[in-house]
Structure formats: C-alpha cells, structure tokens
Design a protein around this ligand. Structure first.
Ligand code: PHE
Ligand code: ZN
Length: 877
C-alpha cells in the first residue's frame, strides 16, 4: 500500500527514530493506472541521468485523486513535465513527488540524476566492479526515478540506455532488444521492450564489459528462446552447470506445471556485490555470482546444488511471481512460498527425493523454527511491517513452501496440479493475493481450506504430542496439538495438521500401509486394530507437517526405526531423536553414568548399523550420520546453555569416533577409492568421506589431522578439499596453519573461494575462533562493502554457537559492532545480523543479559536505519 496516502500514518507523525508501521488492512488500490512507461538512461558510473515518460490515466477501480503520488528515496527531480510542458507546481511530501493532475489521460515526464558509485546499499542502480546493475525488489526502483513503486501498478516498459561503449559494451534490460546504434562521441545505445506488463520491482538494467555463455531452448509450443549467462571475462568456464540447470528448469516447468517461457530471450547476469541470492527480473535475472559460477575445483557439491536450485527458483518466478505478481508486500509468500515449493520439487526430481527432503527440513528446523519461536515470529502472511526488506524470511519462504506442500499432501499430486492450473489461468496478468491462491486451490483441487487458512494468519510452530495406548490387539493414538503464543498473538486456534503415520510390527520390521491422519482439533483419537503385539509408531513421515512432535517411544524403538523405517525422513528422524534426547538430558545436567552409558549404547547401535549397512546409499548414509546442530538442540529447551550443549555434543562425537575408529577408517578408505564425478554415487562418497573424517578427528585429533591433511592433498575437487580444511580448521595441529595458507594462496584470485576461507575459520570448532575472526576482520581481503564477504566472516561466526556464545559476551559485542558499522553502509544486510542477538530469551540468564546489553547499545544509535531499527526494537520488545 501507499504509506503516505494512509491518513493514519499522517497522524502518527513518526520521528526519524521511529519509522511508521504499515498495515495489511490499510490496502487501497492506486488512484492511477500507468499503461506505458518509457525510461531513458544516460549511463555513467558517477552520474546517470534518468528521463522517464509515464502515461497515466485514472484507475477505474480506485477513488479518483487530483494528485499523482510518485515514490522517491534519496532522489530529487531536475525537471517535471505534464503533457510535454514543464510544470512548477509539483511538490515534495517527504521523499515523494506530488504532481497535480486533472482527470483524464496524461503523460508525465521526470528527469533525475543519480550516482551509482555512491550506492553502497545495493538497492536501485549501483556499480559493481565497473559494471552497472539494478536491484529493485522490494522498493529500490524509487531510488532510480519517481514512480508508484508498489507491486500492484503494472506497466509496459520501453528502455533506452546510452553509454560509453568502452565501459559498457553490453547493455541489457527486460524483454527483447528492439534497437541499437552508435553515436559519434564514442557512446552507443540499445533499446529494449518488455511486452509483459510488470510492476517496478521487476525492472532491471545491466551495463558492463561482460562475456556470455549462450545456448537455446525450444518451448513446448515451438518458441525458440535464446539463452545467455553473462559474467566477467575469465568466469566463462564456470557457467556450464548454470546453463544446464536453466535448461532443465525450463523443461521441468513445462512437464510438471505446464508452464512455458514467454519471451524470445532469457538472460542471466552474475554480479559480485548482491544483497541476496538472486532476483527474478522479467527476462533478465540478476544473480549473486555464488549462484551462477561452479566448477569442480572451486565449488562443492553443495554449491552445485545451490546453483541448480536458485537458477530454478528464479526461472520458476516467471510464472509464480511475474505473470502473476503480488497485490502488496504482505502477499510476499504468494510468490516466494509457492516458488520455493516449486524449486524444492524440482531439486527432489533432479537429486533424489529423500535426501533433498531431509536437507530442506534441516534448513526449516535450523532457521525457521527458531524464527517462529523468537521475537521476530510472524505469520507467512504478516499483518504489519516497518521495512519490507526485513520480511524476506525463512518463514515467508520456507514455511510458506511447507504450507502449500501440505495442501498437495492433502489432495494428492493430480488434484494439486488442477489447483495450480486454475490459479495460473484465473490470475494471469494480475497482482493477486494469498487468498486468491487458496480459493483457486479450493475450486481447482477440491480442497476445503476454511480452517486451513489459519496457517496464513497464525505464527508459531504447532506442538503435537502423540501417545499410544495398546490393549488387546488395538493401538489407539491420542494426538494433541497446541500453537504457542507469538508476539501480538497470545491465543491460537487448532489448525489442520496432515500427519502421515505408519505402525510397524517389530517382529517383521514391516507395516501394513501408510495412513494420513488429519488432525484439526486440540485433541483427537485414532484407533487401529489387529496387532499381535504393540506396534512401533513412525510419525510425520516425509515431514508431512511443519510441526514439532513429542511422542512416547522407547530408545530401542527408535533404534529399530533408525534401522528399518522405509520412509527416509522418518529413519533420519529416529536417529536425530535418539541423539536429541540424550544430548538434551546430558546438557541440562544430572545425567547418571548409567543413563549416559545406556543412551550411548543405543546411539552406538544405531550409528554402527548406519555406517555398515550395505543396502544404504552413501548420500543417505551421510545424512543419517549427521548429528543435530547446536541450534536445533538449543531449540528443544526452554532456556539453553549453548556451551553445555556444545560440550556434550563434542563428547558424543569423540565417543563415536573412538568406538567406531576401525569402521570409520575403513569407510573413509572405501569411499576415497572412487573417482571424481558429479554422479550420485561419487557425490555420496564425498559426503561420507568428510563425515567419517569429522568423527575420526574427534576421536583422535592427532591421527585425524593426518587423515585430513592427506584428504586435502589428494583432493581433485573442492568438496574433499573444503571438507578436509573444515576439519583441520577446528584442530590445533601444524597442518591447520599449513593448509590454511596453501588454500588462500591457491585461490587468492577467486573471491567466492576466498569467502570460503573466511567462513571456514569463522565457523570452526577451534577454541580461539573468536580471536581468529577479529584478526580476519583486519585482513587485507576483508571489506564491509561486499555482502558475500561480510556474511562469510560474520554470518559464519554468528552461526557458530561455541564462539558466538563465548561466556564473556565478546561474541555478542563483535556482532553488535558489526551491525553499528555496517548499518550506514548497507542497512538491509546489517539488519540480518540482529536475529542471533534476538534469541536472548531462550539462552541462560547470564548470557541473555549480555545479549540484551548489546541490543540496547545498537538501539541507542540515533541514526539507525529503518531496517535495523525495526529488528532491534522487535528483539528487545
Ligand atoms: N525475489 C528474490 C527471490 O526470492 C529475492 C530478493 C529479494 C532479491 C529482495 C533481492 C532483493 O528470488
Ligand atoms: Zn524468490
């Protein structure tokens, strides 16, 4: 919605220190329609002149207005014309430009001048390594020119760019190129036209000295599409995987969702300075280099998957986001949740369903669950915000995807496809709402989502308790659910929770079929009969609902499921549960020696079976071997002591390393024989190779260090090399220093690999990690101007609990210092560092006080950005 036309906002008279709250319920359509937009850019790194020509007419669906309100941010108008004549009665209202207009159609012209080289926020038009590029989502377009910068104003764009050919031989914008030419002064120009009406956030422009990897794709109706991936000279050899991923995405979206591409060209540009992963601008996706460039020497298997997933995600937005966009930013999950689900389904088809599902659940529980249980919790369709950039969250993206995945689980894949077909059909060309999506699903897929809508309005992760009563051959399950209170939402209603379950016969190791239970009341009972003995419950199979489960189950039953469950996720979960139970008990103190021995025994039995089970493929084995993260473990406790959890987790790792030293060494040897390839077996081998190494080094650091150094030296790929270096970085051996020096020297000119070098040290188990981070902040390669570099040092550190939660609060101070220093440079990225400090309520009281103290220190900064202000005040509140 339009902030400044909202009368309530005007009364609130916000101080600069307290930016206004924007509310979903205040949405009103814009008074004007803008059928056509013409933009002319006279490009220069230090000075770019933007001349816009906007055709406007009253929007018949809105209240008429005598003024045209155009949003701006940090820009001034050099000239304003209406119907070709310069006017002087325009006014400014804060950052916005107000143009008085009589009813009827007009052409409004505006000239602005901007300095891309001074744009350190990386929003709007900015310079990155000599090239110029744009980022407009969510509200960056208003930093380029005055415009109704809201997603429900759709316009057809024609863009002309003029600039020195020597600096900017490549000139790109959305749509298709419609003209080009040379000027006598050494400049050249290009004209691009995008026939598809779009909101301003999907506008993009790129000007630079770039080279392209080109290919082509023929769509299902026979349209020839030219594909190009633009990168800096030198990076071309690392673009093949991205191109393959793009082509696979285009094929898959036709096959699985019936969606076809709709322009003659599809361009991708990689830039080094980027706040996020990538951006779906129509026909011209702009990517963080991290999600484009990959080859075996410089990218891990995980990086390859990241490229494939993000290329798919942005491509899929062409329908879920661009052809159908969002009415307002409260509907963000309409495009993001749905598109994440689409990219997850794609990656499951490409990489294997089971392992990808486990990885996605790990991200959800590692990032979104903590968000949902902390001060920044919000529903997937929020009701208010101060700065929309703060709502590009795991909740909107990943929980949003889970909510739509549940719809698919409830209706089945065929009905789901009918629902999405209807949605695409019904709303093509519109700015839609989450409610539109839900209604299309009801009408197309035949679901009744009346109660299910609560998933859109209630924040918080539901807690589900399952207990089993067994008598006379009958198993009866009692399922109880509750949704915890979250900021602004004290009381919650029960929600529909689709729970996939199976009841195993412990004698045969089989079950008689999976059941889908729809739990939609606070408490419900389900009975099953005909069991010869008490069955073993496998629940939330495939992670059918994004909830936490507490079940009554014995350790030996978990060991049984970890060895026998035919649902891969449930098998993984049994192993995780076994470890979570033990570490939770151990780190809250008071665990008797006998209890510890018994728990380790059970874990050891399950772990031993996993590392030796020849029926298991290695990539699944690698998943099953992974211990739950400290963050996930901390999340299981009301108030956690991160260093106690860390200590217990390390002890268990070391115990497993000693107990299975022979088997792990044999496993490491076996998988080290395999040749490098990107095939599944070879990737699985690399995954368990480093997993085995992790335990070996825990069990015996001296000999583990030797194995790691050997793995490092023998590596012919980044997965093995990084894995070995990761282990070494946590040790105090001489090989640590040697290999860290070697790694930096070897890859000094590759910024993405240098990022890894920073991250490995910042996330290491080394007891002096915090000292290392301080020293690295002074390293010649460190800069606050590049978001990837900032994240590689400080996000890695903030996600390293033993270092971040140092007892004296030094870790908290370091992150607060960073936020204060980065906020004036890049508020969007700075604000993302607030949430680790915001977890204070869930941390033991001594540390909690130190965390709060740092939040208060940040809050005291007078000039705080809207972004950081909002996150800090929510975190303290
Ligand atoms: N819309 C982008 C995506 O999810 C993310 C993004 C948001 C990028 C804001 C830049 C700025 O694909
Ligand atoms: Zn997206």
């Amino acid at each position: 919605m339009d902030i400044a036309t909202n009368p309530e906002m005007a009364d609130a008279a916000p101080t600069p220190h307290e930016p206004p709250v924007i509310r979903r319920e205040d949405y009103t359509p814009f008074a004007w329609a803008l059928p056509e937009t013409r933009l002319a850019f006279d490009l220069g790194v230090e000075k770019t002149r933007v001349t816009s020509s906007l055709s406007v007419e009253p929007n018949p669906a809105a209240e008429p207005s005598p003024v045209l309100r155009l949003n701006g941010d940090g820009i001034t108008a050099a000239q304003v014309t209406v119907d070709g004549a310069e006017i002087s009665d325009w006014t400014m209202d804060g950052p916005d430009l107000l143009v008085p207009l009589s009813a009827g159609a007009h052409v409004v012209g505006i000239v602005t001048e901007i300095d891309p080289s001074a744009n350190s926020q990386l929003m709007g038009l900015y310079a990155s390594g000599g090239m110029l590029c744009t980022q407009c989502e969510a509200e960056g377009f208003r930093r380029i020119t005055f415009f109704p910068d809201r997603p429900d104003v759709l316009s057809t764009y024609t863009v002309t760019m003029t600039g020195p050919k020597s600096l900017f031989p490549v000139l790109l914008s959305n749509g298709n190129q419609t003209g080009e030419g040379q000027n006598e002064d050494g400049t050249h120009w290009a004209e691009w036209h995008d026939p598809w009406p779009k909101p301003s956030y999907l506008f993009a422009l790129v000007a630079g000295d770039l080279v392209a990897n080109t290919d082509s794709f023929t769509t299902m109706s026979g349209r020839e599409v030219d594909l190009a991936i633009y990168v800096r000279d030198g990076d071309l050899p690392r673009t093949d995987h991205a191109m393959r991923s793009l082509i696979k995405s285009m094929e898959w979206d036709e096959q699985v969702f019936g969606r076809e591409y709709d322009l003659d060209v599809f361009n991708i540009v990689a830039v080094s300075d980027f706040n996020m992963g990538a951006m779906e601008n129509k026909g011209l996706n702009v990517f963080n280099t991290k999600y484009v460039l990959a080859d075996a020497d410089t990218a891990t298997d995980g990086d390859f998957d990241g490229v494939e997933g993000v290329i798919a995600h942005e491509y899929f937005h062409n329908w879920s986001g661009n052809r159908i966009t969002c009415q307002d930013w409260f509907q963000l999950s309409l495009k993001e949740g749905f598109t994440v689900l689409r990219d997850q389904m794609f990656s499951q088809d490409m990489q294997g369903e089971a392992v990808k599902r486990i990885e996605d659940v790990r991200i959800l529980r590692g990032v979104q669950f903590p968000e949902d249980s902390g001060p920044l919790a919000h529903p997937i369709r929020p009701d208010s915000f101060r700065e929309i950039s703060n709502f590009y969250t795991a909740t909107i993206y990943n929980k949003g995807a889970e909510v739509i995945r549940m719809m698919r689980t409830m209706c089945g894949p065929e009905a789901f496809r009918k629902g999405t077909d209807l949605y695409f059909d019904r709303h093509d060309g519109e700015a839609a709402t989450c409610e539109d999506f839900i209604t299309a699903m009801e009408d197309g897929a035949g679901l009744d989502l009346t109660q299910f809508r609560l998933w859109y309005s209630q924040a918080g992760t539901p807690k589900v308790t399952v207990t089993m009563n067994y008598t006379d051959g009958e198993a009866s399950l009692t399922v109880h659910q509750s949704v915890p209170a979250t900021p602004g939402q004290a009381i919650k209603k029960p929600m529909p929770i689709p729970l996939k379950i199976a009841l195993f016969d412990p004698a045969t190791g089989t079950h008689r079929g999976e059941e889908l239970l729809l739990c939609n009341q606070a408490e419900q009972r389900f009975t099953f009969d005909g069991f010869a003995q008490k069955p073993v419950l496998s629940v939330n199979r495939g992670f059918s609902a994004p909830v936490t489960i507490a079940r009554e189950i014995e350790d030996h039953e978990l060991v049984f499921l970890a060895a026998n469950d035919d649902d891969a996720f449930a098998r993984y979960e049994a192993m995780q549960d076994l470890v979570v139970r033990h570490l939770t008990a151990a780190s809250s103190g008071g665990l008797s020696d006998e209890a510890r021995d018994a728990a380790r025994d059970a874990i050891g039995t399950a772990f031993g079976a996993i590392i030796t089970d020849s029926a298991l493929d290695d990539s699944m084995r690698g998943e099953l071997m992974m211990l739950p993260s400290i963050t996930y473990l901390a999340e299981q406790q009301e108030v956690a002591d991160p260093s106690a959890i860390h200590q217990q987790r390390e002890d268990l790792k070391a115990w497993l390393g000693v107990r299975f030293a022979t088997e792990l060494a044999a496993l490491h040897d076996r998988v080290s024989q395999l040749e490098f390839s990107l095939e599944k077996a070879s990737r699985g081998a690399r995954k368990v190779k480093t997993q085995a190494l992790v335990y070996l080094a825990s069990g015996d650091p001296e000999s583990g260090s030797k194995v790691a150094a050997r793995q490092y030296d023998a590596a012919d790929n980044m997965t093995d090399r990084q894995g070995a270096l990761m282990v070494l970085a946590g040790l105090g051996t001489a090989a640590r220093t040697d290999k860290l020096i070697d790694f930096h020297r070897r890859y000094a000119d590759n910024e993405l690999v240098v990022d890894k070098w920073f991250a490995l040290q910042a996330s290491s188990l080394h007891p002096k990690a915090i000292e290392h981070v301080k020293a690295l902040a002074e390293h010649k390669d460190f800069t606050l101007r590049n978001p990837n570099r900032v994240r590689s040092l400080y996000m890695a550190f903030a996600a390293n609990p033993h270092a971040f939660h140092a007892e004296d609060g030094e870790g908290y101070r370091l992150i607060a210092d960073l936020i204060i220093a980065l906020d004036p440079i890049n508020p969007q990225t700075a604000a993302r560092f607030v949430s680790p400090l915001g977890r204070w309520r869930r941390i033991e009281p001594k540390r909690a006080a130190l965390m709060r103290e740092q939040l208060e220190r940040i809050a005291a900064v007078k000039t705080l950005s809207r972004d950081t202000f909002e996150q800090v005040s929510r975190s303290l509140g």
